[in-house]
Design a protein around this ligand. Structure first.
Ligand code: C2E
Ligand code: CA
Ligand code: CA
Length: 399
């Protein structure tokens, strides 16, 4: 069993002796040994990006983050609840107006009245229910209105994150999956489970896909993601894949952005059963003839029956993260995994495991013959500007 503090793995970004003394003393009193202190914002980015055990909290002195402040903030609140909580130390001025501010915890100064002895304990293990610390989170599960969804889609408030995918045989980075986030004016950065299903219900799947593709293609050029030769995987629900104009539009944007089709992978994300198999066959054949890769996403016993799709020209199959994470403890999951890998292999598909969170899962997937891995062990979904930092660090570790 985990003790309450076993999951606590802190990164302190600060150049102040008083903060680092205060944090280490309080952490020690709580029995936390995993405190990584650094004054280098780049190092903080790479620590947050991935690895095991995953970082649970970033204690951040904003003045120390320099140009990387937005990236560090985006790597924290954006990935809750499995993610990294952000604790802001000292002058919070540079964060005024940040859309994620509601999810942050503020600690004005070491040893100050109201913070004093024990503040770290209160910050790391807040009592359940609304508190001054996390008051903003209480609104997080409310449904968004269609107006809010439209405002975000047409007001350029869809953001993108990039989660690296690596080759299991040699750990070489080979691709990025593009993941959407919604920047809400009051609630901060929202994860897809809070808006993607609603967007799809409201018939807005195509505008969402457009917004994500535009963002990703901009980043590809402006953030020089092209320099790495990565593939870029885009999530397309079935309804969008079946719109001929959507594919024509995608192809026009791809040409404008000068991205080789061979570097793009379209992931068929939606899990409803496919009834329009001949239309889907046509869409896939069109994309394949240009050179795009096509992946069947979210394959798992409860998610998607992939058999009907196996004789279409897919190039890859992605194993659902819950299946991957449950397989060590569930024989049903393990049997399904073994069978699926065998059929996918026979169909000539590249097999990608999502949810590779630790070394045990990595080793297991590798032994089962999975080709590529995506998961928190490798990296979390990253803001575009953090991708080069992660890449440099990952390659240095391989060397
Ligand atoms: P997905 O396509 O299966 O994307 C992978 C999800 O797994 C991401 O969640 C990622 O953060 C999470 N993940 C990756 N590795 C791990 C791990 O090791 N452990 C755990 N616990 N989780 C991991 P995210 O970003 O919250 O996205 C959720 C889903 O929302 C996506 O699942 C996808 O179905 C949908 N989505 C995201 N972006 C888009 C988009 O642009 N368009 C559409 N239509 N759907 C999207
Ligand atoms: Ca996906
Ligand atoms: Ca999945």
């Amino acid at each position: 069993m985990c003790t309450p503090t076993a999951r606590l793995n802190l990164v302190l970004l600060s150049d102040s002796l008083s903060w680092s003394r205060d944090v280490s003393a309080q952490a020690r009193a709580m029995g936390i040994t995993a405190v990584h202190t650094t004054a280098d914002a780049r190092e903080a980015v790479t620590l947050l990006a991935g690895g095991f055990p995953a970082v649970s909290h970033l204690l951040l002195q904003p003045s120390q983050a320099g140009d990387l402040l937005p990236q560090l903030v985006n790597m924290t609140a954006a990935e809750a609840p499995h993610g990294i909580a952000l604790v802001v130390l000292g002058d919070a001025g540079p964060l005024v107006g940040n859309p994620s501010a509601l999810a942050m915890t503020f600690v004005p100064e070491p040893g100050a009245a109201g913070t004093g002895q024990g503040w770290l304990q209160r910050v790391l293990q807040p009592s359940p229910g609304p508190s001054a610390i996390n008051a903003g989170n209480t609104a997080r599960n409310d449904r968004l209105s269609v107006e809010e969804l439209r405002d975000a889609l047409y007001g350029a408030r869809i953001q993108t994150r990039y989660q690296p995918i690596v080759n299991m045989a040699d750990s070489r980075p080979i691709g990025l999956e593009v993941l959407a986030r919604l920047e809400h004016p009051v609630r901060g950065i929202l994860q897809p489970d809070l808006f993607v299903p609603q967007i799809e219900e409201a018939g807005l799947a195509w505008p969402l896909t457009e917004a994500v593709v535009r963002r990703a293609f901009e980043d590809w050029g402006q953030r020089r993601l092209e320099a790495f030769g990565f593939t870029l995987a885009l999530n397309f629900p079935l309804d969008v894949l079946l719109i001929p104009e959507a594919l024509t539009w995608l192809e026009a944007r791809r040409r404008e952005a000068a991205i080789p089709a061979e570097l793009l992978v379209i992931e068929l994300t939606e899990s409803r059963p496919v009834t329009e198999i001949s239309r889907l066959r046509h869409a896939i054949a069109t994309l394949r003839s240009i050179g795009y890769g096509l992946a069947i996403d979210d394959v798992g016993p409860e998610v998607r029956d992939h058999h009907a799709l196996l004789d279409l020209q897919f190039t890859a199959l992605k194993l659902d993260k819950d299946l991957v994470r449950e397989s060590p403890d569930s024989t049903t999951a393990a049997d399904f995994l073994t069978r699926t890998i065998a059929t996918a292999r026979a169909a000539g598909l590249t097999i990608v495991a999502e949810g590779v969170e630790d070394l045990q899962i990595w080793d297991r997937m590798r032994a089962l013959g999975v080709d590529q891995a995506q998961g928190f062990l490798v990296a979390r979904p990253l803001p575009a500007a953090a991708v080069p930092l992660w890449h440099r660090d990952w390659c240095a570790r391989l060397a």
